[in-house]
Design a binder for this molecule. Structure first.
Ligand code: MIG
Length: 758
């Protein structure tokens, strides 16, 4: 227990409660969200995960016998003056009781009563299943050298944010502390969550939400949303540790075209560098990188290069020498540069806690950007150090931050976040007006504003195929929609069947990249002969045909913070059967995927939530609210479209460098089909100035006919004018009307087709 509250003071956005030897700072950021900070001193500062977002909430503060109530609209926070414990009410009554903050010698933490039938989601990149109840999780960015299993805790990224969900309502808690923090989700005490840290502030946000979507919307108002990605970054990407020399990279690109496999990006891993020195090219392996990039560009490929933070400690290497001269590196307690072993041998680590260092680092990208390198891949940015017992910089290493010196233990979790900030600034500066693409391994909450993430060194194991689903779902719920796992697995050897199943799933990852380890067997799409290649080709083509839909989902992520890949419970919050499903997911709100995650399986049990569902491959209809056994021969991943939906799809293309031609596919249903369609130029920042189109498309099926209504919510982009509309399975339709006008239709197989102009 904290102790007695002795007095309080109202502020514009909340109140400051004074206890005998502590303060509780309560600050509403909007009517759904309050920061609660408990401290013996002044109010702790907010971390970089928190944006400048704020909306006037003007909470009302009322003191009554034994408690103080602070109400801003959607919820009311009650603090008991006897002991400083709290509870929260919404308009339905008590939502959450037993919120008990504590600051004592053994750390700072908060206990939160677990509600009946509660499920926990979020917590970012964690192993295990979707629902985090019963586990204990540590937030400490970690390059796990050995492999991870179900029991592994800390991985590369830290998102100290979770969602509590049950039938009575949802909420989110974001702990704004960059030190090592923990979340005990009812493991030590089945009745309570305990989150906290040994060090750093006990400052958390309570985010109210009617449902999970509402909580994610609130959280991403606070921690920010991703910008629109360049369209090419949604294409298929090929990587390996490492593709070189130059000729082989070109040959790889040509092979994709010869094999008729769409692809957009090739990655250059560390062997492109001269002795692993960042910002250099090995000129024997890559005699003319610019010419290579130009040639790849003609083939419709972009190049992304890896950039690690460790700068080789080599006096004759100019980047190192500059950094040394200007004191740009993390130091030890005595102010001497900290050195640690990474790929290049002994290295120093840039101190991204200082703007001057970030600017310097950013500028180092200039030559690469000028050369035409399209995106930057940040690895080893936990930061990983091989010869240190903690496998990172020591906790007492010093960052000379803009606010004075701080210990590494405070900056560790935001090291990669700041590196991504520096990189994004550089990309914006040297390629003005263009969207950026950064891929990162380590991260902290808020990373979505700067980078896409991938889940680091998985292995070519069926377990890792399986665990990628709940892991990515929870990353998405933690505010980072642009996420993926290495398709095929990084270390160890993939097998034919595993590659097929992983490609089938992977083409639906928001970030879709096949990446492979140094000594692992090849796993490019053609690695296992024609039959397998044929299956993989079909699925990569599926990805490309879904790009317009995905792009709309990214627009949603950009405007509302919603993840692209979603757990079923997010869309069907009344359906308890969905609450713990870790092996199915939704792509947006309209497509349900049930990937095959086990070797040798040729059927797959699928739960379909309420409503009607249309088998993607056969067109057969299913009634939801039941389990089915779906056929899943090797060449098929069970996939369903929601009956009564519109999915914008693209005609076949080799890469996004070709013009995307969009068709509207309508899957009929009893209710009206709705879709909000978004389009823009796919590469520039002009969408921020209104250069985009947003259409609401609605279809109603009435006895033997279909009425399509198109409402222009926003027009500002000179985009596609003619659209083919495919009325799936409706060959026998009588008539079609668009905005009240009859239009002629044709029959094409099972479908009816009309061409319309928008
Ligand atoms: O493991 O740069 O996770 O994707 O290929 C060595 C080489 C360091 C780790 C990354 C992996 C990358 C590899 N890197």
């Amino acid at each position: 227990m904290l102790g007695k509250i002795v007095s309080y003071e109202c502020t514009d956005s909340g109140a400051v409660l004074r206890g005998e030897d502590f303060y509780i700072y309560i600050d509403f950021f909007d009517k759904d969200m309050a920061n609660i900070a408990v401290s013996r001193e002044e109010r702790p500062a907010l971390s970089q995960a928190v944006t400048s977002y704020r909306e006037e909430a003007r909470p009302v503060v009322q003191k009554d016998d034994g408690h103080i109530d602070i109400t801003a609209g959607s919820f009311s926070l009650r603090v008991f003056t006897e002991d400083g414990t709290m509870e929260i009410k919404d308009d339905k009554g008590l939502l959450l009781k037993g919120i008990e903050p504590e600051i004592s010698d053994d750390g700072k933490y908060c206990l939160v009563d677990i509600r009946e039938g509660e499920h926990f989601y979020g917590l970012g990149e964690k192993t295990g299943s979707l629902d985090k109840r019963g586990g204990r999780y540590t937030m400490w960015n970690t390059d796990l050298y050995d492999t991870h299993t179900e029991g592994t805790d800390a991985l590369y990224e830290s998102y100290p944010f979770y969602i509590g969900f049950n039938r009575n309502g949802s909420f989110g808690i974001y702990l704004d502390n960059t030190y090592r923090t923990y979340f005990d989700m009812g493991k030590s005490d089945p009745d309570r969550v305990r989150f906290g840290a040994e060090k750093g502030p006990l400052s958390f946000f309570f985010i109210y939400g009617k449902d999970i979507k509402d909580v994610v919307a609130g959280y991403t108002r606070l921690a920010g949303k991703m910008d629109m990605p360049p369209l090419w970054a949604l294409g298929y990407q090929q990587s390996r540790y490492s593709y070189y020399p130059q000729d082989k990279v070109i040959a790889l690109a040509k092979r994709f075209r010869e094999e008729d496999i769409p692809a957009d990006v090739i990655y250059l891993d560390i062997h492109y560098m001269d002795g692993f020195r960042v910002f250099t090219f090995d000129r024997d392996r890559f005699p003319d990188p610019r010419a290579m990039i130009d040639e790849l560009d003609k083939l419709g490929f972009k190049v992304v290069t890896i950039i690690d933070p460790g700068v080789k400690a080599d006096g004759s290497y100019s980047v190192f020498a500059e950094g040394l001269k200007n004191h740009y590196y993390i130091t030890d307690e005595n102010g001497l540069p900290f050195t640690g072993k990474v790929w290049p041998g002994l290295t120093c680590l840039p101190d991204f806690s200082r703007q001057e260092v970030k600017d310097w680092w950013g500028d180092k990208h200039r030559e690469f950007i000028d050369m035409g390198i399209a995106g930057i891949w940040n690895d080893m940015n936990e930061p990983a150090v091989m010869d240190s017992p903690s496998r990172t910089a020591p906790e007492d290493a010093v960052h000379h931050s803009d606010n004075g010196p701080i210990r590494h233990e405070e900056f560790h979790n935001v090291y990669a976040l700041n590196m991504a900030m520096a990189t994004k600034d550089a990309l914006m500066k040297y390629r003005p007006g263009e969207r950026t693409f950064i891929l990162t391994r380590a991260a902290f909450s808020g990373i979505q504003r700067y980078a896409a993430m991938w889940t680091g060194d998985n292995r070519s194991y069926w377990e890792h195929l399986r665990l990628s689903v709940p892991m990515l779902l929870n990353v998405g719920l933690s505010g980072e929609p642009f996420c993926g796992a290495d398709i095929g697995g990084f270390t160890d050897d993939c097998t034919e069947e595993l590659l097929i199943r992983w490609m089938q799933l992977g083409v639906l990852y928001p970030f879709c990249r096949n990446h492979n380890g140094l000594e692992s067997k090849d796993q490019e799409p053609w690695a296992y002969g024609e039959k397998t290649e044929g299956i993989i080709r079909e699925y990569i083509k599926l990805r490309y045909s879904l790009l317009p839909y995905m792009y709309c989902l990214f627009h949603e992520a950009n405007t509302t913070g919603m993840p692209v890949m979603r757990p079923l419970i997010m869309e069907y919050s009344d359906d308890e059967n969905c609450a713990e499903l870790s092996d199915e997911f939704m792509l947006g709100d309209r497509i349900l995927a049930a990937p095959v995650l086990q070797q040798g399986k040729r059927v797959r049990d699928v739960y379909l939530p309420q409503g009607r569902w249309i088998d993607w491959w056969t067109g057969e209809e299913y009634e939801g609210g039941s389990y089915y056994l779906a056929d899943a021969p090797l060449e098929r991943m069970p996939l369903f479209a929601k009956a009564g939906c519109i999915i914008p799809m693209a005609r076949p293309m080799n890469s996004t460098a070709e013009r995307m031609t969009v068709e509207l596919h309508i899957f009929p249903g009893e209710d009206a089909s709705n879709c909000v369609y978004y389009e823009d130029d796919g590469h520039s920042l002009r969408y921020k100035d209104g250069e985009y189109n947003l259409y609401r498309i609605k279809t109603i099926n009435i006895s033997g006919g279909a009425d399509i209504d198109i409402e222009k919510l926003h027009t500002g982009y000179n985009g596609q004018k003619r659209y083919r509309v495919v009325l799936k399975g409706q060959a026998d339709i009588g008539r079609v009307q668009v905005n009240g006008q009859a239009v002629p239709h044709e029959v094409c197989g099972e479908d009816a087709i009309v061409d319309i102009e928008i």
